[in-house]
Design a binder for this molecule. Structure first.
Ligand code: SME
Length: 151
């Protein structure tokens, strides 16, 4: 089953926001072997706080100010950011020595960024248009569900 359908199924059967974030991290991590670390950060005041993650190692970046990192940039812009080579991007906050590329996709409801999906890959330029498209669709499904549950 494709990623977006799996996220739809997860969201339709789940009423706990944290379990949606945990389930989404699991589902996305399993979607492709090149997705080596997946985190869901939520916006809390002026920071991004790590709500759920999947991967082999924990990150030291459990709170990231909105003014920092590729994560902060994507949340502030409200747009996905793809970094083909993290070592060539001055915004990049290093987590894992093995990471070569990264994608960050905002999760919004009512136009406001409430969370984001952050994926690190050990491969250079691991995230293409198809990855971005399906992750953005998944983020839209998650955002819509979070909005319903917060009401
Ligand atoms: N690399 C991110 C920080 C989070 S770690 O990848 C888990 C960034 O530049 O914002």
């Amino acid at each position: 089953m494709d990623l977006v359908q799996q996220v739809k199924d997860l969201c339709s059967g789940e009423t706990s926001i944290i379990r949606i974030y945990e389930g989404a991290a699991d589902t996305i991590f399993e979607a492709a072997p090149r997705y080596n670390w997946v985190g869901i950060y939520v916006v809390e005041g002026g920071d991004l706080a790590l709500a759920a993650w999947r991967g082999t190692q924990p990150t030291e970046h459990t709170r990231i100010p909105l003014s920092q990192g590729v994560c902060g940039f994507a949340a502030t812009k409200g747009e996905s950011v793809v970094v083909d080579d993290v070592n060539a991007d001055p915004r990049y906050l290093a987590c894992f020595a093995s990471t070569r590329s990264e994608i960050v996709v905002p999760i919004k409801y009512e136009g406001e960024v409430v969370a984001e999906i952050d994926i690190d890959s050990d491969e250079l330029a691991a995230f293409g248009d198809e990855d971005q498209k399906s992750l953005e669709e998944a983020a839209e499904v998650i955002g819509r569900r979070i909005g319903q549950l917060k009401r």
